[in-house]
Write a protein that binds this ligand. Structure first.
Ligand SMILES: [Zn+2]
Length: 616
């Protein structure tokens, strides 16, 4: 790891400032380093000491590598020790006068957000919630009040977070406190070592700015071809122009396309391009990072390349896909589908909730809608090295594992069904228990068994998201149940195995209870396993940041699935805060994790550049 980090290339020089700060820190030696890091963890210097015992400072490739070791040390400590660490922290102090017993770092962190200047209502709320929290869990509420950008949370956000976390199960909340403690240490480490998160801050700020454009004030909603959607497209195009892209245009389905041209030599020899990007549309009341970081990370990386005149030996094509979520017209992947040459003309007849046809909306918004233009958008896969996509994880795996970046092994294949179970509706008072043909009881048994079956198959998930007792009444044994089934797995073989097991459960449970059932398939989507070459490049890129590459499948669908149909693809996941919650305003990412996403993207480009140059 340290070898690849030390061999400097023009692209790696973009990351030189932090690299130099780290090298200078290492050069001071371990004893001096321990002094510098005193108090990084509140009254708990044993964490840094043990991290250096596990891996000497000289062998830690980067600040990210050190932070990973610190996480491992705390994770492997006993619960008693973890609790002592949490209890070494002061409770959030909502006072006019600051308590002198609070360690100096905590004091300045808390006064930064003005906890010493609470209104009487805020003071009362914080005092009451703190007391409730302490009573429920037996340890103080820990929150990195500097927040995901390091610039401080509002008092309202702090109070809301405290109110929300009181409802967490104790084991989960203990882990969340430990994550917050690592976050506090992460911000302190920047100050002690003089590290900069300038790329991460730029992406974080861009996500905030873009999120100001919305259909629903106070929430983030950007659905296809609404005025907010048009404004967001314009905003992205402006960002691309200011970042130094050579060509920026909007295509016939509203994708915003930016091309950063190859160096002169590669342009002459007609080298292949690398495509990257993600979607800028959102669900209703969605998160600020879903899709968008896959556009904004490449834009910020191009900005830093163009600021020093750095070119790649291939064109970089960054696409902000106009539509992925399927909110307005119930058709998903309109943007990436068109680029992949899979735009289905029939979708032009789709209508939104007010009856407007997609074809008419496109004609009005894109002016030049011409079905021929839609077909012409299809890229020739032969002109591309492949497609890479950076996306927020949208799940809890990376947060729980304590690693900021994830290597996507596959986008899960899925199968969906509507299931009807038919028994016999009869009098709830007069039908003895042993003689009932209860469709709802069968559905319940089926769901519990399915939970266990899916849980026993690696990386498989199964969900009953809709469940209805048709014409049910309080005093009638349920005779008819309708339920939905959503089954997902990393490969088509695993998906088919899960379907088979699910269907045999249904058969045996209904058979045993003397019930009938029918199954209608509503979706069958193939898995999109990552390309071995591109995934290998992502893996080395993650390792170049000093982190382990944690492999995981993607449970959600992504634009990369569409590109997968025509070219090699591989994705990188960035960890989300709040247990990875997504499609929710609580979706969050820190500028540190976004910085690592940028660094991994730069290392990926660096590798692809090296392999292109060696081929030429
Ligand atoms: Zn997304």
């Amino acid at each position: 790891m340290s070898q690849s980090a030390s061999k400097s290339t023009p692209l790696k020089r973009l990351l030189a400032a932090n690299h130099q700060a780290w090298s200078a820190f290492q050069a001071r030696g371990q004893a001096e380093a321990l002094k510098t890091l005193t108090g990084l963890y509140e009254h708990s210097d044993w964490i840094v000491e043990q991290a250096f015992q596990a891996v000497p400072l000289s062998q830690l490739a980067s600040p990210a590598a050190l932070k990973h070791q610190l996480v491992l040390v705390v994770a492997s400590a006993s619960q008693e020790v973890q609790l002592a660490l949490i209890r070494a922290h002061p409770p959030l102090s909502a006072k006019a006068k600051i308590d002198d017993a609070i360690a100096k770092d905590s004091q300045s962190e808390q006064s930064l957000v003005g906890l010493d200047r609470c209104s009487p209502q805020e003071f009362a709320a914080l005092t009451e919630l703190n007391a409730q929290y302490l009573k429920k869990f037996g340890w103080p509420f820990i929150l990195a009040v500097r927040g995901p950008r390091g610039s401080g949370l509002s008092r309202a956000t702090i109070i809301q977070t405290l109110a929300r976390r009181i409802n967490m199960p104790a084991e989960e909340e203990l882990q969340e406190c430990l994550r917050q403690i690592h976050r506090i240490a992460e911000i302190r480490l920047d100050e002690r070592l003089g590290l900069s998160q300038s790329l991460g801050h730029a992406v974080w700020d861009a996500c905030e700015d873009l999120a100001k454009i919305t259909e629903t004030p106070g929430e983030l909603t950007v659905t296809y071809m609404t005025p907010a959607h048009r404004q967001a497209a314009q905003w992205i195009a402006d960002q691309m122009r200011s970042a130094g892209f050579d060509e920026v245009f909007e295509d016939a389905v509203g994708n915003v396309v930016g091309r950063y041209k190859a160096d002169a030599q590669a342009s002459e020899s007609g080298s292949k391009a690398l495509m990257t990007g993600s979607h800028y549309d959102t669900v209703r009341n969605g998160g600020k990072y879903d899709g968008r970081i896959g556009i904004l990370i490449p834009i910020e990386v191009v900005r830093s390349m163009s600021s020093v005149g750095q070119r790649l030996p291939f064109d970089l094509e960054v696409i902000g896909f106009s539509e992925e979520e399927g909110v307005r017209f119930k058709c998903t992947f309109l943007g990436s589908g068109a680029v992949a040459g899979r735009f289905d003309q029939a979708t032009l007849e789709a209508t939104d909730s007010s009856g407007l046809r997609l074809a008419d909306v496109l004609k009005e918004q894109c002016r030049a809608l011409d079905p021929a233009a839609l077909q012409a958008m299809a890229r020739n896969p032969e002109n591309y090295l492949g497609f890479v996509e950076v996306h927020i994880e949208q799940g809890p795996v990376l947060t729980r594992t304590g690693v900021p970046l994830g290597l996507v092994t596959s986008i899960n294949g899925s199968a969906r069904y509507m299931v009807q179970i038919t028994g016999l509706a009869s009098h709830a008072g007069t039908t003895p228990m042993g003689t009932r043909r209860d469709a709802a009881a069968a559905a319940a048994e089926f769901m519990v068994a399915l939970e266990e079956t899916a849980g026993s198959l690696a990386d498989c998930v199964a969900t009953v998201g809709q469940l209805e007792v048709v014409n049910g009444s309080t005093n009638v044994v349920p005779g008819h149940v309708r339920l939905s089934l959503d089954l997902r797995a990393p490969t088509n073989e695993q998906r088919d195995q899960l379907v088979k097991s699910t269907m045999s459960l249904l058969e045996s449970i209904c058979g045993k209870r003397g019930l009938g059932y029918s199954v209608e398939q509503t979706l069958l989507a193939s898995a999109a396993p990552s390309d071995v070459g591109l995934a290998g490049a992502w893996q080395r890129a993650i390792e170049s940041t000093g982190l382990p590459a944690h492999p995981l499948p993607s449970g959600a669908g992504h634009d990369a699935m569409k590109l997968h149909e025509v070219m090699p693809q591989a994705m990188l996941f960035v960890r989300g805060e709040n247990l990875g919650i997504s499609h929710n305003p609580l979706e969050s990412s820190t500028s540190h994790d976004l910085q690592l996403g940028c660094e991994a993207f730069i290392h990926l480009l660096d590798q692809l550049a090296a392999s292109q140059t060696s081929k030429a």
